[in-house]
Ligand binder design. Structure first.
Ligand code: ADP
Ligand code: VHF
Length: 365
């Protein structure tokens, strides 16, 4: 089995910001054991900022970007040094990959990472991944390692993503606020309504709380990858899951996942602009799964060129789809709302009938 394991800061660090060495050691042992039994495991680890805070004895997470980036630069080295030490005890070699959003949105880099990861796994090495926090600013940031781990799982076509956190799984409401919250053991079919029950991080140290874990679940659902949220402090948690024990919250993937090309458009490609469409056009692409034609377009936002990825917004303001566009924003501004046969009259040429062909169009609701 190909497994991606993600572990969050709230599991890896104590409240005072110091690293929980016992947890790190136990996870390294369990991952090594999984590799020994023939599984291929990638570790996506948070904790660089947390470790940096611990090293400088800062207890409150700073707010400014340069402070957080400095702490990540201090902490990442420490984090990887410790993992290397622990994995080395079990005879495992580790490799560090620090990734950014661009590494996923640029096709060449995306493919390079996938080749490198496959190769590392074939070498029997444990790749250890974190976001390259030191160089990323908001616009080029994935922003949370839950999403990053799902993108990695999608990229390497994993069988399973295990998200380890400081709570037993997804509850039907935020347990930090509601005493009567109940653990959801299985989500059979992903729905955007899950976002409504997902609250923010429970500690100062965590990023994103359950919301970003639901985002990860959405990527896994579409990619045909099973995802489990479980408590990182549960004894032998990884081995238990690998042995089929029911722990935490399992998200069952869709049985007919969308193609890797469409997944790349939906989750990785950088969105360069937006197209606003009317109700009739929304129905055509959502219900009939047809291509987008110029007649349904009401407005355009941003500057984009042919081949770029754009988001499609319905009349309620919701992004319902993404796709690779056949016309630039300046061309679209001239032909929006027109019939297909009028394209040539207005532009003097017609490259395509469709604004976005259905093969390049992916529904994200
Ligand atoms: N519906 C929910 N079910 C479970 N936990 C929730 C929910 N809503 C919010 N949370 C919070 O999310 C926290 C886990 O997210 P986070 O602190 O970001 O952890 P990590 O560092 O592992 O990513 C939990 O400790 C909990 O306080
Ligand atoms: N890349 C950051 C962690 C970002 C993140 O998603 O944190 P978490 O919610 O604890 O998994 C770091 O290493 O500190």
């Amino acid at each position: 089995m190909k497994i991606v394991v993600k572990v969050g800061t709230s599991t890896l660090t104590y409240e005072n910001g110091q690293l929980n060495l016992e947890i790190m050691e136990k996870l390294s042992r369990q991952i090594s054991n999984l590799q020994n039994r023939g599984d291929k495991v990638i570790l996506v680890t948070s904790g660089a900022i947390g470790a940096g805070m611990g090293k400088l004895k800062i207890t409150k997470k700073p707010k400014t970007i340069p402070e957080k980036q400095s702490l990540a630069a201090i902490g990442q080295g420490l984090l990887i040094e410790l993992y290397e030490k622990f994995f080395n005890e079990y005879g495992k070699v580790t490799a560090q990959l620090l990734l950014t959003k661009d590494d996923f949105s640029t096709k060449e880099r995306y493919l390079n990472i996938s080749y490198t990861l496959s190769n590392l796994l074939n070498f029997g090495v444990v790749p250890i991944i974190n976001e390259n926090d030191t160089v990323t600013v908001d616009e080029i940031k994935i922003g949370d390692n839950d999403t990053l781990s799902a993108l990695v799982a999608d990229l390497i076509e994993a069988d399973l993503l295990i998200i380890l956190t400081d709570i037993d799984g997804l509850y039907d409401k935020n347990p930090a606020i509601h005493d009567d919250a109940v653990l959801i053991e299985e989500v059979k079919e992903f729905s955007d309504s899950l976002f409504d029950i997902a609250g923010v991080a429970g500690t100062e140290r965590g990023t994103g709380g359950m919301y970003t874990k639901i985002q990860a679940a959405k990527i896994c659902w579409n990619s045909g990858i099973k995802m489990i949220i479980a408590n990182g402090k549960e004894e032998n948690v990884l081995n238990k899951i690998a042995n089929g024990e029911k722990i935490g919250t399992s998200f069952i993937p869709m049985s007919n996942p969308i193609s890797s090309r469409k997944r790349w458009i939906a989750f990785n490609a950088r969105t360069e602009g937006y197209i606003f469409i009317n109700v009739a056009a929304a129905n055509t692409i959502l219900k009939e799964r047809k291509s987008l034609l110029p007649s349904g377009i009401t407005n355009i936002e941003g500057e984009f060129s042919t081949g770029d990825c754009v988001g499609i917004i319905d009349s309620s303001g919701k992004e319902i789809a993404r796709g690779l566009i056949n016309y630039s924003s300046s061309e679209l501004n001239k032909i929006k709302g027109l019939k297909t046969k009028e394209i040539e009259t207005v532009l003097g040429y017609k490259s395509y009938d469709e604004i976005i062909h259905k093969d390049n169009l992916v529904i994200i609701v």
